[in-house]
Write a protein that binds this ligand. Structure first.
Ligand code: LLP
Length: 446
C-alpha cells in the first residue's frame, strides 16, 4: 500500500506504527490516515500550481474538495498547508468551520442548496458560492441582500466534455444535473452582474473524477477560456476555476497524474488563450479531493471465513478462487459496489506461500459486497490474519453507511510513530441510541 511500509521483519507499518499495534489498540476494521502524507500531498499540489501559474504571471488557488474525506482535523491540515476548502453541503460547511478554516477561504458547491444553507454561507462570510443553476442566482442574490452584504459567486458551467471515467463519476456530459450549459453562460453572467448583492468572480468547470486522460482537462480548459474571454469584453472576470478529478493509483494498472504536469498543462492552455485574445491572465483555482487524501489512507481488516470456490472456466479446466472474508466491506467501502472500483490488498505479515487467486469480500448480505475483485494473496492466509487495503483515503469513510447495522469503523491518524483518533467508531449502542422504539430489557430476576 502507498502509505504503508514494510519494517525489517517484513510486517506492515503506517506512519511508523505497526499495523498489528494499531489494531491491538483500535480494533478492526480500521481506517488509518498517514498525516504526513496528506500534508505533503497538499503542499505538493499548492507548490506545483504556485510555480506553474507564477511563471505565467498570475496566482493559483488550490481548494481541497472536502467531500473526499472531511473531519475537523483534515480541515485544519488543509488550512495549515495553505489550501482553501471546498464544501458542498451545510454539513461539510459546519465541519470545515469547526476545523478552524477561515470562511473567506471556503467555496460552496451543490446543485440543490437549500435557502438555509445559502443563508448560513452568506452569514459566515463565505469566500465564494458556486451557482449551479439560473434560479440559484436570484436566491443567492436575495440572501446576500437580506444580510446586507455582497456575495462573491462563480458560475458552474457544464462544458459538455465527456471525461473517460465511470458514468457516475463524469459530471460534464450534456445529460446530467450539474451546472449551466456553455451556451447559457453569457446570459447567466449578465444576470449575476445585474445583481448589486453579487460579485462575479468567474466561471467554474469540473468534468468528473478519477480521470487519467489529460485530454479532457485540456479540452474543458479551452472551452472555458473561450467563454471567459467573451465575458471579459463586458466586465472584469478575475478568476477561472478548473475543478478537480485527477486520478490516483488504486492498482498497478492505474497511472496517476503528477500535479506538476497538470499544473503545467493548464498554465500553458490559459497563457496561450489569453495571449491569443490579448486579455489579462486570470487567477486560477483548482479543487482536487481524491489526489490529496486517497493514497494516504489504508484500511485494516481482520480475516474471517475462507472458502475455495470452483471457477467456471471456458475450457472446462478446474480452477478455484479463494474467497477471503473480512470483517467490514461495503459499509466502510462502497466504491467497488457503486463503481466497480478496484483496490489492492496485502497481507500485513510476510509469507513465502505461493500466491493464489483470491477475492476479498466483506461481511454484508450481498454478493456484490466485494472489497478487492481479483488479488493474488499468499495461499496460507488464515482466519485472524490482518489485511491492508491501499488508497482508501478518499470517498470511503465519506461514503460509509450503517448497512446491516454495522457501526462505522474509527478513523485514526498516524504520524512519526504515534497514532491518535480522528473520529471514534460507532458501537451497537451508538446505533441503538438513535432508535426511539427500544424496549427496556426486563429487570434481572423479573
Ligand atoms: N469539484 C467538484 C465540483 C466535484 O464535484 C468534485 C467531486 C471534486 C471537485 C473533487 O474531485 P476529485 O478530485 O476528488 O476527483 N464518490 C466518487 C467520487 C465523486 C466525486 C464527486 N465530485 C468516488 O468514490 O469515486
Amino acid at each position: 500500500p502507498a502509505s504503508a511500509t514494510r519494517t525489517d521483519d517484513g510486517s506492515l507499518a503506517i506512519g511508523g506504527v505497526a499495523a498489528a499495534d494499531l489494531v491491538a489498540q483500535y480494533g478492526t476494521p480500521l481506517y488509518v490516515v498517514d498525516e504526513r502524507d496528506v500534508q505533503s500531498r497538499a503542499v505538493r499540489v499548492r507548490t506545483a500550481f504556485d510555480d506553474a501559474f507564477g511563471l505565467i504571471g498570475t496566482r493559483a488557488h488550490v481548494y481541497y474538495a472536502a467531500k473526499a474525506f472531511l473531519t475537523t482535523q483534515v480541515a485544519t491540515w488543509m488550512a495549515e498547508a495553505d489550501l482553501r476548502v471546498d464544501v458542498c453541503t451545510g454539513g461539510e460547511l459546519a465541519v470545515a468551520l469547526a476545523g478552524g478554516v477561515d470562511p473567506a477561504r471556503l467555496g460552496f458547491h451543490g446543485n440543490d442548496k437549500s435557502d438555509a444553507e445559502i443563508a448560513r454561507a452568506v452569514e459566515v462570510g463565505l469566500g465564494t458560492i458556486v451557482l449551479d443553476s439560473h434560479e440559484e442566482i436570484g436566491r443567492v442574490a436575495r440572501a446576500a441582500a437580506d444580510a446586507g452584504t455582497v456575495q462573491r459567486v462563480r458560475i458552474r458551467i457544464n462544458s459538455g466534455v465527456h471525461a473517460s471515467t465511470h458514468e457516475y463519476l463524469a459530471t460534464a456530459r450534456e445529460d446530467q444535473k450539474f451546472g449551466i450549459p456553455l451556451t447559457e453562460a453569457v446570459q447567466a453572467a449578465a444576470a449575476v452582474r445585474a445583481e448589486p448583492s453579487l460579485a462575479f468572480v468567474g466561471l467554474h468547470s469540473h468534468i468528473g473524477s478519477q480521470i487519467f486522460d489529460e485530454s479532457g482537462f485540456r479540452e474543458a480548459a479551452r472551452r472555458l477560456m473561450d467563454v471567459h474571454a467573451e465575458l471579459v469584453q463586458s466586465g472584469p472576470v478575475p478568476e477561472l476555476n478548473l475543478g478537480g478529478g485527477w486520478g490516483i493509483d488504486y492498482t498497478e494498472a492505474d497511472e496517476a497524474f503528477a500535479p506538476e504536469d497538470v499544473a503545467e498543462a493548464l498554465a500553458t492552455i490559459v497563457a496561450e488563450a489569453c495571449a491569443e485574445r490579448d486579455i489579462p491572465v486570470p487567477e486560477i483555482a483548482v479543487e482536487p479531493g481524491r489526489y490529496i487524501v486517497g493514497p494516504a489512507g489504508v484500511t485494516l481488516y481482520r480475516v474471517g471465513t475462507i472458502k475455495p470456490v470452483a471457477l467456471e472456466t471456458e475450457d472446462g479446466a478446474s480452477a478455484t478462487r479463494t474467497y477471503v472474508s473480512v470483517d467490514g466491506g461495503m459499509s466502510d467501502n462502497a466504491r467497488p459496489a457503486l463503481y466497480g472500483a478496484d483496490y489492492t490488498a496485502r497481507l500485513a505479515r510476510t509469507s513465502d506461500a505461493p500466491a493464489v487467486l483470491t477475492r476479498v469480500v466483506g461481511k454484508h448480505c450481498e454478493s456484490g459486497d466485494i472489497v478487492v475483485h481479483d488479488e493474488y494473496l499468499p495461499g496460507d492466509v488464515h482466519r485472524g490474519d490482518l489485511l491492508a487495503v491501499a488508497a482508501t483515503g478518499a470517498y470511503c469513510w465519506a461514503l460509509s453507511s450503517n448497512y446491516n447495522h454495522v457501526g462505522r469503523p474509527p478513523v485514526v491518524a498516524v504520524a512519526d510513530g504515534a497514532a491518535r483518533t480522528l473520529v471514534r467508531g460507532e458501537s451497537i449502542d451508538d446505533l441503538l441510541a438513535r432508535d426511539t422504539g427500544v424496549v427496556p430489557a426486563p429487570a434481572a430476576g423479573a
